[in-house]
Design a protein around this ligand. Structure first.
Ligand code: CP
Ligand code: NVA
Length: 309
């Protein structure tokens, strides 16, 4: 197993294919051990600080419980209550927190803030979502695909909707791990060019395909995994109504399911807006693995925590 101690986890693309595969296999091992009642004191005596500038259910609870299950402690640090919320510089906060903690998880707006925190912190920093990326979710997603399909290589994931943080992290993660990835977004809402370029470089190196299109049918055709996310992400609340109009055709519903592989699984990082990006019947239907995905946040993150802290 490669030694990842001290590494930041800001984007999946900072890690090699072997390192990501190691994390996934370790996550599976931790999940099995936990279900068998084994003690996992891998981070005994260690403390993770969790800075939140945005709301969270899954990320907060899974990181906190994950630390507890590994024998450590997690501190919930709302940015509203920290001095950072009153303008204390990120670079000072990073150095101060490094004197108390063994790791920091942060959820914020600008990705650059996480990079600055990581640059000044002497302890590992984990990205718990930025406007650009959501790497921990992508790891949980790969774990879920692996469990349901028995492999990653050669599978096709189709993402329908906004070219957002989730689309970005899936583009990078899938293209590196041997999955073909197709994104269908309305014109003007495509994934960022530099992320697409990085995914294309992965694709060239690992023999995968990356497709960016406005045509849902093209993206979804024969897909093994259908994925969607909200049309308006956190921080875009003011655009919500305008986005609902633009994104209306970009919904995972029964008709779209017909175009995918017969045994396709349906994924959503949650929270979901039923009747917008996904219909209730598909979300609650037999092909949905959405709640396994949510569970796997815990196992994937425990593996990341135990490896970097
Ligand atoms: N999927 C996800 O990150 O959920 P939360 O916003 O609830 O953390
Ligand atoms: N794209 C969504 C993901 C939430 C987990 C957002 O950023 O709000």
């Amino acid at each position: 197993m490669g030694n990842l101690k001290g590494r930041d986890f800001l984007t999946v693309n900072d890690f090699s294919r072997d390192e990501l595969a190691d994390i996934l296999h370790f996550a599976l091992q931790l999940k099995t051990e936990r279900k068998n009642g084994k003690n996992q004191p891998l981070l005994a005596g260690k403390t993770l600080g969790m800075i939140f500038r945005k709301a969270s259910t899954r990320t907060r609870v899974s990181f906190e419980v994950g630390m507890y299950q590994l024998g450590g402690t997690a501190l919930f640090l709302s940015a509203q209550d920290l001095q950072i919320g009153r303008g204390e510089p990120v670079k000072d906060t990073a150095r101060v927190l490094s004197r108390y903690l063994d790791g920091i998880m942060i959820r914020t707006y600008e990705h650059e803030e996480v990079e600055e925190l990581a640059a000044y912190a002497e302890i590992p920093v984990i990205n718990g979502l930025t406007d650009l990326l959501h790497p921990c979710q992508a790891m949980a997603d790969l774990l879920t695909v692996l469990e349901h399909k028995g492999k990653l290589e050669g599978l096709k994931l189709a993402y329908v909707g906004d070219g957002n943080n989730m689309a970005h992290s899936l583009l990078l993660a899938c293209s590196k791990m041997g999955m073909h990835v197709a994104i269908a977004s309305p014109a003007g809402y495509e994934p960022r060019r530099e992320i697409v370029r990085a995914a294309q470089e992965n694709a060239a190196a690992y023999g995968t395909e990356v497709l960016i299109t406005t045509e849902i049918s093209q993206a979804v055709k024969a897909a093994d995994v259908l994925y969607t996310d909200v049309w308006a992400s956190m921080g875009q609340e003011a655009e919500r109504m305008a986005r609902i109009r633009v994104f209306k055709p970009y919904q995972i519903n029964r008709e779209v399911m017909q175009l995918a592989a017969k045994d396709a699984i349906v994924m959503h990082c949650l929270p979901a807006h039923r009747g917008e990006e996904i219909t209730d019947d598909i979300m609650e239907g037999p092909q949905s693995v959405i709640f396994d995905q949510a569970e796997n946040r815990l196992h994937a993150q425990k593996a990341i925590l135990a490896k970097v802290m």
